[in-house]
Design a protein around this ligand. Structure first.
Ligand code: MN
Length: 379
């Protein structure tokens, strides 16, 4: 059994070398609260959970986000802790209501596309998280007990992970907090610390995570986690522990993009300006996490060469596609679309705008928060 478990999680020691940490930013107040809430809920420390739930609401976590944290953790520490957590949260909300505090409900999960089959969707999510294609038939414990392989992929990585109330980064923070609280699951903790790096959390942020665990779970739990984290970072290729600033690619990062055609912070370096020979412009575009273009179209079409990081490309009326380093996107003329970075990871691409004699880019409305959040989970 132990060997099988290790076999399954071996893949996750491989880290995406192209992972961009746009800067060594500390954890946000919300991320810190997610860690505190998850760790004490998993431990079953309900009085402290009450305090942490109040803090979470105070720093702006929505009711639906906290609910989702408490639901997500059931996959790692079981229904009883999850349900006790939700019951405690109901009490907290009642008490706050009685005090006249009106907490923000926040967005609910978007409807889930039911195609392709759930097992395939779960497999795809797991591949995105680990950066390793998942094969069937599975080996190790999945071959030994195919039922658990099916439950993991269909339920955990499709049913739960496809809910867009939390980002993958936030879900990993819940997961590593719960694994730290229950203890004795080092292979899974190792795997999920690696996935955390894959989805854009930085080594610095994971150190902060250990500090929070020290407060909520105590010194012993924290030193166990620190030991596993040290191993993971030691085995991580240098490129992903070193901050790779957008612009570390072949071309400079260029100037910050101003105006109203982008959401968030993005930069452009003009490589080729259009002329009457080629009617083509080529630019190196860098998006910080969450940054994206407005919806827009190119009368002469566009080709994107992704050179670093991870993000999304979406055509109007179609699900968003995950794009990452090495991907090529062919955008046909007059097709309404947007492109941009993942929530926790930056994106750099070379944008080649072609046939400009047919006209320049036509900018449309911004990609709303809701449209952006939805793009994170469906391809
Ligand atoms: Mn475009």
């Amino acid at each position: 059994m132990k060997a099988a478990v290790i076999l399954f999680f071996l893949f996750s020691n491989i880290i995406n070398a192209q992972n961009i940490n746009s800067s060594e930013q500390p954890l946000t107040a919300k991320q810190k609260c997610i860690i505190a809430i998850s760790s004490v809920a998993a431990k079953g420390d309900l009085p402290t959970l009450k305090t942490e739930l109040n803090k979470g609401l105070e720093v702006g976590l929505t009711i639906n986000e906290i609910k989702e944290v408490l639901v997500h953790l059931y996959a790692y520490c079981g229904f009883p802790r999850s349900i006790r957590g939700l019951q405690t949260f109901m009490e907290v909300l009642d008490e706050r209501k009685a005090m006249g505090i009106n907490d923000k409900m926040g967005a609910d999960a978007s409807p889930i596309h039911q195609e392709p089959a759930k097992y395939e969707r779960g497999k795809k999510v797991l591949s995105e998280l680990t950066k390793i294609p998942q094969e069937r038939p599975s080996s190790g414990y999945g071959a030994f007990a195919p039922a658990i392989d099916t439950f993991l992929k269909e339920h955990l990585f499709a049913d739960i992970f496809e809910r867009d109330v939390l980002t993958y980064g936030e879900r990993e923070l819940v997961t590593i907090s719960v694994l730290s609280a229950i203890g004795g699951v080092e292979p899974m903790l190792r795997s999920h610390l690696s996935i955390s790096l894959n989805v854009g959390l930085t080594p610095g942020q994971l150190s902060e995570f250990v500090s929070i665990i020290r407060t909520t779970l105590g010194e012993r739990a924290a030193s166990d986690v620190q030991q596993v984290l040290d191993e993971v970072l030691k085995n991580t290729p240098q490129t992903s522990t070193v901050t790779q600033l957008p612009g570390d690619t072949a071309f400079p990062k260029g100037e910050k993009i101003t105006g109203n055609n982008f959401t968030g912070t993005a930069y452009v370096f003009r490589i080729i300006n259009p002329d009457s020979t080629f009617y083509t412009s080529i630019g190196n575009v860098t998006f910080e996490p969450k940054a994206r273009t407005n919806w827009h179209k190119h009368p002469g079409g566009q080709i994107l060469l992704v050179t670093a990081g991870m993000g999304f490309y979406q055509e109007k009326g179609k699900p968003a596609q995950l794009i990452r380093n090495g991907d090529v996107v062919r955008i046909p003329p007059d097709t309404v679309h947007w492109h941009g970075a993942a929530p926790d990871t930056g994106l750099t691409h070379i944008a080649i705008s072609l046939n400009l004699e047919k006209g320049n880019v036509i900018w449309l409305e911004p990609v709303t928060e809701e449209q952006y959040k939805r793009s994170n989970f469906h391809e």
